[in-house]
Design a protein around this ligand. Structure first.
Ligand SMILES: *Cc1c(COP(=O)(O)O)cnc(C)c1O
Length: 427
């Protein structure tokens, strides 16, 4: 591939390339990027930015990691892809074993898929087909909590927050689900059972129709960057058992250490019936996700009408992605990730604290390697994105939130540049 001159690149981009959550043509500033190394992004104009986003939670070990590159290269020389129907291979089997080892004990079966949204669809289909096979086809709805985000495909969208998930736009086609109040007690707050009352009310009234509860444990990500009490998660686990409803946890954003535990459900000491993972699974190298479940659930599938689980993506368990994911988990384990997250958390807490002094700021919160400054008013993206780049960092605010979830390998001086930018931007 011969590089295009930058003005031509930008002209074609504007005319033909649709970016995420963007208008066409895109009128917001866009920055051509040339390469990425460690925590640094290099723009085509030569500017170097410290990355505070880990490419949407994924790139936990930094960019261009030699061990991930080597794993990909070695696998590429063997085979980049092969169908998964009737065939199996080393990377998929070894990765499945690792995932079973590092996730909570009851999770024993791994269904690979290509993106987080698909892993949520798979989880929801699993729950529906599970009850269908048990002779309860009326249990096909879902209970979730407001302020969540689960992806952009239709059923994933149906359990996203109804307001910021734009439900009115797709009202005619989205399945109607049940929405409990957003948990109010913060992560460090004192627990009170009233926080889970709305959730319980929905279960009391509708458990006959509910296949599963689905939500992000402890950290609501793209729906509002809110950190709530692990006791909420613990209580919901008990309630789901009492009302005979499955529990699906979406750890696509929180998985692989981000919150200070390998998986966020460990803060609550509970296990879900179905777990969705993605994002950091391949260390940001390529798209890979998985849905894990328990033997109790999976064994029901061989008895039902179909005799099988009705799902199978074309690129299921792509060997390249699986080989890289396996290596990413190995890096995590050899890297003392817990000490790294702890240090990032401490530094974020100290250095974001001054943001509170600004009258524009409503709240500042930090959990693990996630730092959030919530403003009273939405940011002006047209000007804000350029200001951020001028500060020598890469952040991507949304709504009223300026936030960072840097690669775990970030050094104190590099993180300081991000926090300094966040302080400056919230003035
Ligand atoms: C990003 C995300 C998804 C969707 O994953 P994609 O790979 O973008 O489809 C689902 N749930 C949560 C919690 C996420 O953060």
């Amino acid at each position: 591939m011969k590089p295009l001159p930058i003005d031509q690149l930008l002209a074609i981009d504007r005319q033909h390339v649709w970016h995420p959550y963007a208008a066409m043509p895109n009128n917001l500033p866009i920055f051509p990027i040339k390469s990425a190394q460690g925590v640094y992004l290099e723009l085509e104009d030569g500017r170097i930015l410290v990355d505070g986003m880990s490419s949407w939670w994924t790139c936990i070990h930094g960019y261009n990691h030699p061990r991930l590159n080597r794993a990909a290269r070695e696998q590429m020389d063997c085979m980049s892809h092969v169908m998964f129907g009737g065939l199996t291979h080393q990377p998929a089997v070894q990765l499945a074993q690792r995932l079973v080892d590092i996730t909570p004990e009851p999770l024993q079966q791994v269904f690979f898929c290509d993106s987080g949204s698909v892993s949520v669809e798979v989880a929801m289909k699993m729950a529906i087909q599970y009850w269908y096979n048990l002779g309860k086809p009326q249990k096909h709805r879902f209970l979730t909590i407001r302020g969540g985000y689960h992806g952009d495909t239709f059923d994933a969208m149906s359990v996203c927050d109804p307001v910021n998930g734009m439900h009115h736009l797709f009202n005619q086609v989205l399945r109607q689900q049940y929405f409990a109040d957003k948990p109010q007690i913060p992560f460090w707050g004192v627990w009170n059972d009233s926080d889970v009352a709305s959730f319980e009310q929905h279960l009391i009234a509708n458990h006959d129709q509910i296949a599963a509860a689905i939500f992000e444990p402890v950290v609501q990500g793209a729906g509002g960057m809110w950190f709530y009490s692990p006791d909420y998660v613990r209580r919901v686990r008990e309630l789901c058992d009492r009302y005979n409803v499955l529990l699906i946890l979406d750890e696509i954003a929180t998985g692989f250490g981000r919150t200070g535990k390998l998986f966020a459900c460990e803060h609550a000491g509970i296990a879900p019936d179905i777990l969705c993972i993605g994002k950091a699974l391949s260390g940001g190298f390529m798209s890979l996700a998985a849905t894990l479940t328990t033997a109790k659930i999976s064994q029901v599938f061989s008895h039902g009408e179909a005799g099988v689980f009705m799902h199978g993506p074309t690129f299921m368990a792509n060997p390249l992605a699986c080989a890289v994911a396996l290596e990413s988990i190995a890096i995590l384990e050899s890297d003392d990730w817990q000490a790294k997250i702890q240090a990032i958390e401490t530094q974020l807490k100290t250095e974001l604290e001054p943001c509170r002094e600004s009258s524009l700021v409503k709240d500042v919160r930090v959990l693990g390697a996630i730092g959030v400054v919530e403003l009273h008013q939405p940011v002006e993206m047209a000007t804000m994105q350029t200001q951020i780049v001028d500060q020598g960092v890469w952040l991507r605010p949304f709504g009223r939130l300026i936030y960072t979830m840097p690669p775990f390998i970030i050094l104190p001086a590099e993180l300081r540049r991000i926090t300094q930018a966040m302080v400056a931007l919230s003035r």
